[in-house]
Design a protein around this ligand. Structure first.
Ligand SMILES: [Zn+2]
Length: 272
């Protein structure tokens, strides 16, 4: 074969012993964990390499070449060296875009986007759709003056992408068209129910909320942005979308549970 010993110019193609394989990719920081004296362990969602565990050595030193870029929710241009368990971040630059406000209202919602991406991505299995949904939704949360609106849109987009969009026009029990009025929602049935199919005592979701869900389902984002949504209406949207997502996940997302605790503990001030 093409081999001339240690000083030869040719090497067999499969010979990678002693070499470090590096790659460059767009990445989103989903999770961070301080490690050792000055290192940081990261869960990155990359466009071309899927979810990747990585270590950034010395990222917590002051000053650090890598540290400023490798913050939670950041969108990066990163270079990594493939490792045994964790890849090693060798370069990272934060890409232009809105920065997440350092406020619990925003970070709690950005955490929902990241937990979803973490839950639905497999290690080293690229899913460009999930990458783009995650990147765009984090931008939207960062830019929104009312981040709850961005979360509702994200949850609907996530459900539609998974094929779990709730039924909003026909009864999920009997397929009859839903009248234009408040209706019960059943994640088990996969949507809203007519008066005959709903069980007695089921809470009713206001018709305004069902209409907003239809706008989101249609992807009419310009119209959605113009809608005036009261806190009560946003709560109705969140109840439906969170119940639908968690039913299909078959478990609660920690970040959504936290949002529910926030809603109960601190009712949002009336901004109307
Ligand atoms: Zn029905």
């Amino acid at each position: 074969m093409h081999q001339r010993g240690s000083s030869g110019r040719f090497e067999p193609r499969w010979c990678t012993i002693g070499r470090i394989s590096t790659y460059r990719d767009e990445a989103i920081v989903l999770r961070t964990l301080d490690y050792g004296e000055a290192d940081r362990i990261l869960t990155l969602l990359t466009r071309e390499h899927g979810k990747v565990g990585a270590i950034a050595k010395g990222a917590r030193r002051q000053p650090s070449r890598l540290g400023p870029a490798l913050q939670l929710f950041h969108h990066l241009d990163a270079q990594l060296a493939t490792g045994h368990n964790l890849d090693v971040v060798t370069q990272a630059v934060a890409l232009p875009g809105p920065r997440m406000p350092a406020d619990i209202e925003w970070t709690a919602r950005a955490a929902v986007v990241c937990e979803f991406a973490d839950t639905f991505s497999e290690d080293r299995h690229p899913e460009p759709d999930v990458f783009e949904l995650t990147r765009d939704s984090l931008r939207e949360v960062a830019e929104e003056t009312e981040p709850r609106r961005a979360t509702a849109r994200f949850l609907m987009d996530a459900l539609l992408r998974l094929g779990y969009g709730p039924r909003l026009r026909e009864c999920a029990g009997c397929d009859s068209p839903l009248p234009e009025r408040a209706a019960a929602f059943s994640p088990e049935a996969g949507g809203f129910l007519c008066a005959e199919c709903a069980r007695p005592g089921m809470p009713l979701v206001p018709v305004q909320a069902i209409k907003v869900l239809r706008v989101l389902e249609a992807g009419d984002i310009d119209l959605y942005r113009r809608l005036k949504l009261s806190d009560e209406l946003l709560s109705s949207l969140e109840d439906v979308l969170e119940a639908q997502l968690e039913f299909h996940l078959d478990r609660q997302l920690r970040s959504l549970r936290f949002l529910r605790q926030m809603r109960r503990a601190q009712p949002a001030p009336d901004r109307t």
